[in-house]
Design a protein around this ligand. Structure first.
Ligand code: ZN
Length: 410
């Protein structure tokens, strides 16, 4: 690890010019900024090339799909990003194999990493021949191409190269429809609805018209408040949706529960919120479950009982999910927990206890059981992930809500 950091320092020293950087209105500093940009692009090109080479190597050692999965997980953990980011990287690496001009431009820093990513996104559905044609046609336009211009130009070329493929792509893009919720700060969240433009636009216009109407008849709420509240009422079919029978878990530490502390509490899946916001939500909810997550011996013994059973369920399952803060324990992965996993397999004598349990997303669960992968627990609850190359990545138990803040707020 320290050697990696030293390597990065040495690289940066190479692009840092000697002399007085305060001279010439800071011209030397601009040189460094520009050089760093080229280093980032070149490093990304090298990273992609090595990812591709690793896949070739793995394919000779293990079966096809398993090799790909393993490489996705290995590069993700090396970069401390999620497996889905690892997959995006592997796909990019494979596409770049058919794009020598773009690869060269990235390696020499003629284009930045965002530009390369924009190009790769547009050609992702093309076959090898068409990808190569687009690469050739792009070549002369590449130097200093911005991401936005790269998207437009590549899109034009893609349509020119294969009209039918472009239509197919539009069809599949329009078929990709979803609604998702993202937690934001201060007890707020964002609802995203993605799909065919005419459908989403129709919904947006209807809310707009509703808000205009309400405001013109003296509704004191803001335009946005009418829109949001109308949307929620229509979708839930209730004009008091906040009173609905919703299960809200609050992870809270004992001192806060007793009113003895102003440390932030946590709305499960929403991150830290101020106690007053938690109070509002608690006050409105129809049904509510408090899940106290504390390190007292009573709770400790509760979750430790009956280690011989096979599955994590009941209070133990709830405890594991809360302890892991509902996020996958694979290092770098922030996906929501889907499975509860025995760190040491039940078949190998691993007990069904909190100490031997971890919450994982589907993909990380699959990765963990691939050939050459293993996990072990340390006495402090840290889970060590070992990959086929022998690299070990640590996943400490997430800090309890309020713990960090206690250190800041006396
Ligand atoms: Zn995961």
């Amino acid at each position: 690890m320290d050697e990696d950091l030293a390597l990065a320092d040495r690289l940066l020293a190479l692009v840092t010019p000697q002399g007085d950087l305060d001279d010439d209105f800071g011209a030397g500093r601009i040189e460094i900024v520009a050089a760093c940009e080229r280093v980032i692009a070149a490093a990304r090109a090298l990273q992609l090339e090595q990812t591709r080479a690793l896949l070739r190597q793995r394919e000779q050692q293990v079966e096809g799909t398993t090799a790909g999965l393993s490489v996705i997980g290995e590069v993700a953990m090396a970069r401390n990003v999620s497996p889905s980011a690892g997959e995006t990287m592997l796909r990019a690496a494979l596409t770049l194999r058919d794009m020598p001009a773009v690869t060269d431009a990235l390696r020499t820093g003629a284009i930045g990493e965002p530009t390369a990513r924009a190009i790769l996104r547009e050609v992702s559905h093309l076959d090898v021949d068409d990808t190569q044609q687009v690469d050739t046609a792009l070549a002369e336009h590449l130097p200093r191409l911005t991401p936005r211009r790269a998207t437009e130009l590549t899109r034009e070329l893609v349509v020119a190269v294969d009209h039918e493929a472009a239509e197919l792509r539009a069809d599949s893009a329009r078929a990709e429809q979803y609604v998702s919720v993202h937690a934001d700060a201060d007890g707020t969240a964002t609802l995203v609805a993605h799909g065919p433009a005419e459908l989403v636009t129709a919904a947006g216009r209807a809310l707009e018209a509703w808000a205009d109407g309400a405001r013109s008849t003296g509704d004191p709420r803001t335009h946005g408040q009418v829109q949001l509240q109308t949307l929620v009422e229509r979708v839930t079919g209730s004009d008091r949706p906040e009173h609905a029978d919703v299960e809200i878990g609050i992870v809270i530490d004992a001192a806060t529960l007793l009113g003895a502390s102003n440390a932030p509490t946590e709305l499960v899946g929403h991150g830290p919120v101020a106690p007053s916001v938690a109070d509002q939500i608690i006050g409105r909810a129809h049904r509510l479950f408090y899940r106290r997550l504390v390190t007292d011996p009573v709770d400790g013994s509760l979750v430790a009982r009956d280690p011989r059973r096979r599955r994590f369920d009941g209070p133990l399952a709830a405890h594991l999910r809360a302890r892991d803060r509902h996020r996958c324990r694979q290092p770098g992965c922030d996906c929501r927990i889907r499975d509860l996993d025995h760190v040491t397999a039940h078949a190998d004598g691993g007990p069904t206890t909190a100490a031997n349990g971890q919450g994982l997303c589907k993909r990380s669960h699959t990765l963990k059981h691939l050939p050459g992968w293993s996990t072990t627990t340390r006495p402090d609850g840290t889970v060590a992930w070992r990959t086929p190359t022998g690299h070990v990545y640590e996943s400490p138990v997430p800090a309890l809500p309020g713990r960090l803040a206690h250190r800041l707020v006396p």
